[in-house]
Design a protein around this ligand. Structure first.
Ligand code: FCB
Length: 440
């Protein structure tokens, strides 16, 4: 047996996002977001569900924090709903919405759980979308004002701040593929959105620092990496091109101060409008980088291998390949000058069954997490500075276009009764946290 011990202050946590768990979509003065509008549009969500109630976390946050204590979480990553704070995205405040996050943060602090707050996990105010959404540069300024408002309210207790969760998903799934809100399919818009998300990030970093210079500020990117299928030079070259195309679009501007040369070739007429000063604004020094990792791309000179023969797949259709996480961490660590890294999401959707004893035996999820924890520890031994790990997700929840059909939680949610049950993977995770060690 091998024991993988982690540094004593390693931040073990779990993650969620406002729209996926809160529910209470129109309560206590909350405004409509693009995800409210999208999920209410027939045909957009595979099981015709909405996040109107979701896990009802808005009303049950105290119970959920009690669960976090039972798991022994040291940190909790959540996102704030912009329209709870500012129903129209700017202007009039909604005091009850701000009070909710106040109470949530107080309860986390009382439970000795470090709050790790994301300002934007995809639920843009619909009122701003009506003015063009992220295609409209004014939205960037509204976002910076919203960031400053939240920091003034919560910055005395919340130390870790994330501007955006997964800008590429916002730009591409929402505005190119149309599978996420706002459901557009327009390459020109999508790449302008991508650039404006970066501008908004830069403005928000400035606003957060101006409001409170002692905070840790970062961004969260979803990275897949691009593994070459063999050492054949043609496969290696193809994998390098795939890396450039899939992974550098945000890493380069954030950490090198310019877009990758490929972007100009690839985007052609769809290259966004960039104003003087934008690149310096985007490349401000950060305190953290969040990496969301679920799966990898496997590349040959003839294209992607998918499915990979012999590999295990999750319910999302994503290949399970933990060693790819170690390779990815080493690669970004070598190619960029990065701040400390947090794995801000990692986890797996599997079909869970409640057994006769009422338990949820989910060995595949447990193994998935175990192997990814070990590969992260190995990457740390290779020299990558990883400070914490957030399992996706604390709770089964509303998985965007898939509705409630994909369960990622280490805690099961019965959506009829809202009953929560810690799965085997959750019990196992509690032991990992308690011992600060993963047993192989
Ligand atoms: C990520 C999202 C998160 C969740 C997981 C499965 O892309 O950030 O909200 O949906 O995927």
């Amino acid at each position: 047996m091998t024991l993988h011990s982690f540094p004593h202050n390693f931040l073990w946590g779990a993650a969620t996002a406002s729209y996926q768990i809160e529910g209470a979509w129109n309560e206590d003065g909350k405004g409509e977001s693009i995800w409210d509008r999208f999920s209410h549009t027939p045909g957009k969500i595979s099981d015709n569900s909405t996040g109107d109630v979701a896990c009802d976390h808005y009303h049950r946050y105290q119970d959920d924090i009690a669960l976090m204590r039972r798991l022994g979480l040291k940190a909790y990553r959540f996102s704030t709903s912009w329209t709870r704070a500012l129903p129209l995205g700017r202007g009039r405040l909604n005091p009850s919405g701000l009070d909710f996050y106040d109470r949530l943060v107080d309860a986390l602090c009382a439970a000795n759980i470090e709050p790790f707050l994301t300002l934007y996990h995809w639920d843009l105010p619909q009122a701003l979308q009506d003015e063009g959404g992220w295609e409209n540069r004014n939205t960037c300024h509204a976002f910076a004002d919203y960031a400053a408002l939240l920091v003034k309210r919560l910055g005395d207790r919340v130390k870790y701040w994330t501007t955006f969760n997964e800008p590429s998903v916002v730009a591409l799934d929402g505005n190119l593929m149309g599978e996420h809100a706002p459901g557009l399919q327009d390459p020109r818009v999508a790449f302008q959105v991508a650039h404006h998300l970066m501008v908004a990030h830069g403005l928000a970093v400035q606003a957060i620092r101006a409001a409170n210079p002692s905070l840790e500020v970062g961004i969260v990117l979803n990275l897949w990496g691009a593994d070459a299928a063999s050492e054949d030079p043609a496969d290696v070259a193809a994998a390098n091109v795939a890396w450039e195309r899939s992974e550098t679009h945000f890493l380069d501007p954030l950490f090198k101060g310019h877009y990758a040369p490929y972007a100009y070739e690839l985007l052609g007429d769809n290259m966004p409008k960039i104003q003087d000063g934008d690149m310096a604004l985007i490349a401000q020094k950060l305190d953290t980088l969040g990496v969301n990792f679920y799966s990898r791309n496997l590349i040959t000179a003839d294209g992607n291998i998918d499915p990979v023969p012999g590999s295990e797949y999750t319910e999302m259709g994503w290949e399970v390949c933990a060693p790819a996480l170690r390779r990815l961490l080493n690669r970004i660590n070598k190619e960029y000058r990065l701040p400390p890294i947090y794995i801000t999401e990692n986890g797996a959707a599997f079909k869970d069954e409640v057994s006769a004893d009422g338990k949820i035996h989910d060995p595949r999820r447990l193994d998935y997490l175990k192997n990814h924890f070990i590969q992260t520890r190995l990457a740390m031994q290779d020299g990558v500075d990883v400070r914490g790990y957030f399992v996706w997700s604390l709770l089964d929840n509303f998985e965007w276009g898939h509705g409630f059909t994909k369960r990622f939680g280490i805690v099961r949610v019965d959506y009829e009764t809202q009953q929560r049950t810690i799965k085997d993977s959750g019990e196992w995770y509690a032991d990992v946290i308690k011992n600060n060690t993963v047993m192989e």
